[in-house]
Design a protein around this ligand. Structure first.
Ligand code: DGY
Length: 335
């Protein structure tokens, strides 16, 4: 007797091997055209679905959940989950998962690269060369700031912040300062070679500040005009966390006026739109939210979301729990 497979929706185009794996377990509706659906379109596609594979960009809130009463699992291939109202999911018995760990080192590599590109003026000088403006060697041509030995500031010392701190301390002999909601254990601080300081001290003392805090109401515009004024004029700021943590308008002003020297931004408030002034400034390196985008890591993120979805909708007694749930209390209630 054939058993009906649960129906799921995969919101964006994903790797064929991930879709294939999901098809072994589910009736899968995909989105091979990679259309960015409106909220109403998403709700329409979700009708009758037991699970949904999302990325970090589809908002899942109480209104959407109420409009999609068959939904039992929301599994994201992103580590950041500010697009999902986890409490609303929990209240309705909907399991939520994200994709931590698998992207940590890749994202830290990129954060470091972006910080170095800003400090050493890599994009700015490349554009100059491509425009055909390089006619002679000069003693101070695109002279920037050193990274090795400079003070690295990490705002948000979770897994990715720690991986960045390790790179700075061990690879580049950087004194590392950090600020976080909670202080790390002394043993972890020692292993990382990182010193806890207040947010004010972090801003004032860092030569290169890297922002890796999750986005929430509390972290909205955590770095604005007042914070930028506390930073050194020669400092750089790198944001690989989420748009909206930095006030992009204030940052553009600070970069234009020389309040700080340079910035590296992978995330933007209201992305994919970018605050227009940033596009006109030479001293900011801009990338389209690709910090986790190495091919092996993006595949691992997608496979982890698939693992979570398969386990979350596995109704067999004794089935393995999803590997990275955000609201495991939903699973406990089902037992
Ligand atoms: C994440 O995983 O949160 C990355 O920012 C990609 O969305």
């Amino acid at each position: 007797m054939s058993v009906m497979k649960p129906a799921i929706l995969v919101c964006r185009r994903v790797f064929p091997e991930v879709l294939e794996r999901l098809r072994e377990h589910f009736e899968v509706e995909g989105n091979d055209a990679d259309v960015v659906w409106s909220r109403d379109e998403l709700i329409a596609h979700l009708q009758g679905k037991a699970g949904v594979f999302v990325t970090g960009t589809q908002p899942v809130d109480s209104g959407l959940l109420d409009a999609c009463p068959t939904l039992r699992a929301v599994c994201s291939m992103a580590v950041g989950y500010n697009n999902i109202d986890v409490a609303a999911c929990t209240a309705r018995g909907v399991l939520v998962s994200n994709a931590p760990d698998v992207l940590t080192e890749t994202t830290a590599d990129f954060g470091f690269a972006l910080m170095m590109a800003a400090a050493r003026r890599i994009s700015e000088s490349e554009h100059f060369l491509r425009r055909g403006e390089w006619t002679k060697w000069s003693v101070d041509l695109f002279a920037g700031a050193d990274v090795h030995g400079a003070t690295l500031g990490v705002l948000g010392m979770g897994r990715i912040g720690q991986a960045i701190a390790r790179r700075g301390a061990r690879g580049f002999a950087m004194p590392v300062l950090y600020h976080n909601r909670s202080r790390l254990d002394a043993a972890v601080e020692a292993e990382l070679g990182a010193r806890y300081v207040s947010k004010e001290a972090l801003l004032a003392e860092s030569d290169h500040l890297v922002i890796v805090v999750p986005y929430s109401a509390e972290s909205h515009h955590l770095v604005g005009a007042a914070e930028l004024r506390r930073m050194k004029a020669a400092a750089t700021l790198t944001n690989i966390a989420r748009g909206g943590i930095v006030d992009d308008a204030a940052l553009a002003r600070a970069l234009r006026e020389g309040t700080i020297a340079a910035a590296g931004l992978d995330v933007f408030e209201g992305e994919p739109a970018v605050y227009p002034d940033l596009l006109t400034l030479p001293n900011v390196v801009l990338t389209p939210h690709i910090a986790s985008a190495s091919l092996p890591t993006r595949k691992a993120m997608a496979q982890l979301a698939a693992d979570n979805l398969i386990a979350a909708l596995d109704a067999r007694p004794g089935a393995k729990p999803p590997p990275t749930p955000l609201n495991p209390e939903v699973l406990a209630r089902k037992v």
